[in-house]
Write a protein that binds this ligand. Structure first.
Ligand code: FUB
Length: 444
């Protein structure tokens, strides 16, 4: 195999704004954004596994982090339906999640059915970790919640440190206080009163002492995001109207967060795929009027600017370059004029290229894989597997590669220790000429 030596590369990205969608390597939706004590902002999102089949293949949550709102690091997969001991045997259906932090532990909440009859068996599961981006372990589901569509959990921790979980779908929004352990409930589940045309996608935040509950409405085929306000965490709520008009996607789901003095809306659209079940996370600024009402969010292509005082991240990283070994099916190795070799023919059915002997270092662990390629087809994609584990399709877009396009996120995977990792790219979904993989190791 044509392996190149390890290189120390100063990787300075020059992206000026975040661009929308902001996450482009895989399909993500339902973003829940949080600022943690390490000074970074994180997005916990649903993962629309491609190809989608309704919403039932949604699985394998990823989390993304940023220091400046413009450059986002895929931190990798944090939980899949395979990890859920009580979940439905068929897996999938890992819908809109949220995360909360208390006393050194991160709690990841997610809706998932416990039975094959998915629509009647929703539960809200919880997994915990001492890290925001890895190590999450199933802690079962929250008992004592209401017997209706238990989807879309959102956890809000108030200034007095009391924690509340909001959830619901199909017209009912409910809330309950969480116990100190963040897993049991305290007191009665209460239905939220005063919301108009509630559909799903609850999110709660507080600003200047006022509680805001955002959610999606039922506008046929093109849900919008609405909000209501209250002086108390349990309402009653005063409906305030729509603040995100349709994004072009049938569902709408978002979160609101303040980071370094600026408020943002995190939401999704279907701008990359054109399909309602292959969605992409976006970010735009959120502005308030003097009376606390929210201005209609302007959906932009540029996204948001770097936060004040931030520099583009510059990280000295060991980047390991793997070159292709074996090619299969219609795929062929082609020597270029500059002496480099690329894999062509990846548009053919059954085509694949295999990178063997990929170094996971002595420890193994998380590593971001950038695929260096060229394509002229906006919706070309490649199926991506590591050591036989399928990571879904990775979008190619007509961009020149996951590390070449400004700000294009690579995909983060788990490697095993040693140099026997095998990465397989399978084609048949558009012409993509593949040059090499670049592997950036992430420290846990
Ligand atoms: O992503 C699956 C479901 O679609 C979410 O749970 C809803 O909020 C909607 O976005």
């Amino acid at each position: 195999m044509n392996q190149k030596s390890n290189l120390q590369i100063m990787n300075r990205l020059n992206k000026k704004t975040s661009m929308n969608p902001v996450i482009t390597s895989i399909y993500t939706a339902d973003p829940s954004a949080h600022v943690w004590d390490d000074g970074k902002i994180y997005i916990y999102a649903s993962h629309d596994v491609d190809p989608a089949r309704g919403c039932d293949l949604m699985d394998r949550y990823h989390v993304f982090s940023s220091e400046d709102m413009v450059h986002w690091q895929d931190e990798g997969e944090i939980l899949s339906s395979d990890d859920v001991s009580w979940g439905r045997p068929e897996g999938g259906f890992m819908w809109a999640p949220d995360c909360a932090y208390r006393n050194g532990t991160y709690y990841f909440y997610y809706p998932h059915p416990s039975g094959s009859n998915w629509n009647d068996t929703w539960k809200i599961g919880v997994a915990s970790s001492d890290k925001p981006t890895s190590g999450f372990k199933d802690q079962g589901y929250i008992e004592g919640l209401g017997g209706f569509a238990m989807i879309d959990p959102a956890v809000f921790i108030d200034d007095d440190n009391r924690a509340y979980m909001y959830y619901g779908g199909g017209g009912v929004c409910a809330a309950v206080e969480l116990g100190e352990d963040m897993v049991t409930v305290k007191g009665e589940v209460q239905e939220m009163v005063g919301l108009e045309d509630f559909h799903e996608a609850t999110w709660v935040f507080k600003r200047n002492g006022l509680y805001y509950l955002t959610y999606s409405d039922n506008l046929e085929g093109l849900n919008r995001m609405c909000y209501a306000t209250s002086q108390q965490p349990f309402g009653p709520w005063t409906y305030q109207g729509v603040f995100l008009e349709p994004t072009g996607c049938s569902t709408s789901h978002g979160s609101v967060a303040e980071f370094k003095g600026q408020w943002y809306l995190f939401y999704h659209n279907q701008a990359i795929s054109g399909e309602g079940n292959l969605r992409s996370v976006c970010i735009d600024e959120l502005h308030f009027n003097e009376d606390g009402t929210i201005q209609t969010v302007q959906q932009t292509l540029e996204g948001v600017k770097p936060v004040q005082g931030s520099n583009p991240p510059s990280f000295l990283t060991e980047i390991y370059r793997a070159a292709v070994g074996e090619v299969k099916g219609g795929a062929k190795l082609k020597r270029q004029e500059d002496g480099t070799t690329v894999v062509v023919g990846m548009g053919a059915e059954d085509s694949a290229c295999v990178f063997e002997g990929v170094n996971g270092r002595s420890t193994g662990g998380r590593a971001e894989v950038g695929i260096i390629y060229g394509t002229a087809e906006p919706l070309a994609k490649i199926r991506f597997a590591v050591n036989g584990v399928d990571y879904s399709f990775v979008n190619a877009l007509n961009t020149g590669g996951t590390h070449n396009r400004e700000g294009y996120t690579g995909i983060t995977v788990t490697l095993k220790p040693g140099n026997e990792n095998v990465i397989t790219l399978t084609g048949g979904y558009g012409e993509v000429a593949i040059e090499e993989l670049q592997i950036k190791y992430l420290v846990d």
